[in-house]
Write a protein that binds this ligand. Sequence first.
Ligand SMILES: *[C@@H]1O[C@H](CO)[C@@H](O)[C@H](O)[C@H]1NC(C)=O
Ligand SMILES: *[C@@H]1O[C@H](CO)[C@@H](O)[C@H](O)[C@H]1NC(C)=O
Ligand SMILES: *[C@@H]1O[C@H](CO)[C@@H](O)[C@H](O)[C@H]1NC(C)=O
Length: 388
Amino acid sequence: MKLALLLLIFFSVSMYEIASIREDDDRDLERQVQIMTKSPMKTFVTKEGDTIDCIEIDKQPALEHPLLKNHQIQTEPNVTFTRFRTPSNVKFVQLGLRESCPVGTVPIPRVRKEDLIRAKSVAKMPSSESQDALSQHVVSWRDEMTENIKYGGYGISNVYNLTLANDQVSSHNIWIETGPVNHINMIVAGWQVSPQLYGDTRPRLFTYWTGNGHRNGCYNMLCPGFVQVHRSITPGTLIDPSSIYDGPQFEVFIQIHQDPNRKNWWLTVGPPNTIIGYWPSELFLYLRNGSLHTAWGGVGLAGRDGACPPMGSGHKPDGNSRHATYFRDLLWVDATGLFHRPSTKIVVWVDKSKVYDLKKYGYRKRQMGYWISFGGPGGYCEGGMDGE
Ligand SMILES: *[C@@H]1O[C@H](CO)[C@@H](O)[C@H](O)[C@H]1NC(C)=O
Ligand SMILES: *[C@@H]1O[C@H](CO)[C@@H](O)[C@H](O)[C@H]1NC(C)=O
Ligand SMILES: *[C@@H]1O[C@H](CO)[C@@H](O)[C@H](O)[C@H]1NC(C)=O
């Protein structure tokens, strides 16, 4: 009897606590939504059902970040770049099939409370050479020549449709990262499939950033920080069409580079060269003047049942570029804006779970440039953590 009473008291206290935590959380999310919502000049809904608000460029939610109080919007990077070559047997995806925003405004995907709740259950983006949680599974190829300060990274990837469970995420990334593990500074861009972030299983252009060991930052434009410049393509835009195993291949190129004058990190995709926007240098402590590391590869985030999603084409690399996903024409950018092939000091990280693989194929002239291929079918992958 006494015990029952004690239990009753215990449970009512903890139920009360849970309820008040939920309420705090709820208020917090509402505050975030409020910060992210601006009065639009125009609103439209994409074919995929995403609601896009056109906001005056210098009133966009990015500027609500406390570090950007005095930030002056840039509309283009102070650097010129042109590069890309391609084998004749591939085509490029089409981006920007959506409507454009009027001149002077930029598209901002509408953020609702439900979007933030679903995004909360998506794990942060791990570093290219580690795994902080059992659910994260990384394969990567990283240039370890830290004598070369890198002011950018570039690569071309073939994009696939994937079938994923609701709580799985499959990403194909370029990483720019520097800093101590607990305060890692990271900029990531590439293509990703995530039912929780996008409400479907189609490949999307995506970004992720943190300026302080994942204490701040987010995917795409779910929080203030990334400054949108392009009038139709944003992080989160659908990539279409996609490649078919042993069939037609469709590629997208991804470039992240730091403007040598203003020090902002710009995102360019294509072809054709399309400047999407930038991460202001104020957001980063360790990426103010270049980066020590650039890496290319993939990340699978397992679902609650311990199953990893397929990555890439769903097939492990076998040397045939029409069978698995790749990044090709790998390049990094030096302080003067010149592009270089990777050094010979390389670290390859392959998750121990054996559901993915990564192969390096070196430089294959003209056709592919310097290339790596990676991915796999996924499947049960718990216990894949290093040292287990
Ligand atoms: C880039 O910056 C340099 C030095 O600040 C300046 O002289 C030049 O005009 C700028 N170029 C562009 C395209 O903004
Ligand atoms: C990818 O998925 C979309 C939507 O389900 C479909 O319309 C498209 O044909 C698929 N593409 C390929 C190459 O399977
Ligand atoms: C950035 O780093 C380079 C190379 O270490 C150095 O020469 C340059 O002065 C630095 N610039 C700034 C603004 O700190």
